[in-house]
Design a protein around this ligand. Sequence first.
Ligand code: NDP
Length: 314
Amino acid sequence: RKGVVVVTGASSGLGLAAAKALAETGKWHVIMACRDFLKTEKAAKSAGIPKENYSIMHLDLASLDSVRQFVENFRRSGMALDVLVCNAAIYRPTAKTPTYTADGIEMSVGVNHLGHFLLARLMLEDLKKSDYPSKRLIIVGSITGNDNTLAGNIPPKAGLGDLRGLAAGLNSHHSSMIDGGSFDGAKAYKDSKICNMLTMQEFHRRFHEETGITFASLYPGCIATTGLFREHIPLFRALFPPFQKYITKGFVSEAESGKRLAQVVSDPSLTKSGVYWSWNKDSASFENQLSQEASDAEKARKLWEVSEKLVGLA
Ligand code: NDP
């Protein structure tokens, strides 16, 4: 049978390109888990994704109820889950004030980390049940959360501190930042990406041996043309792609990044668990190092416990 892969945020950018790359092999059925059905349908059609190889299911990561509903709907479909890709994200670099999810949690961390945390925790049960030979749970990371790289050192730097803001609920009454500081949209995104990478490693520590599931993260390269930068100032949006192309040379096309994510989903040589994949200039994959904070096992454990409480699992 075909493998079944759920990809969140498959309506644009990296998620769409990966959905296309996987569906075109004919070996995968891609569930595009998205908040906007019509946008996703249009995107899938104009990308030319073969219609027998995808379906669209509603998922709004800014609502924990929607996450639970998605999991129920998926289970009702009777399909097995072989790979889950947590890819969706929002980035609000110019926001002066926080916005909140349906549950009253600051949006960047609420969507990018907590929505995915609940989704991945619930769907671990579905992954366990699948008889697919190489089951995987992939969480898209980013270099921006890595302070051992040049890009990761552009201010504001990520930092989760002692998680006091998160523990207090990241709501309008306390702090909307994980470390308890004042709101900074760019930092909130970077913090959420650190959470993604810590979560992947904690999944690995807790469940890899027992389940055989591969847990992995990746930095797909700088895909300077995606919708992620939609809220940035126009000058930035105009200059960022050529800057990445000619100056940092970190630029990758959406198609190339989609192939990289598809590799992490299905390549038989990328089955190692607990790895943060990156690609070199010749587009060859390698196991990258994480920053100190993004590989802090004690912080990963604490983040897991605090996150469980916030999403109603503990
Ligand atoms: P895009 O903005 O193009 O795609 C983001 C996707 O997330 C969209 O499909 C969007 O849906 C979806 N999304 C946003 N909010 C929600 C929500 N509440 N519920 C469900 N889906 C939601 O960005 P990219 O493709 O660039 O980003 C994909 C991943 O790649 C992210 O994890 C990002 O951190 C990572 N990444 C990107 C890099 C880059 O250079 N672009 C570099 C490193 C990592 P909708 O279409 O409805 O808005």
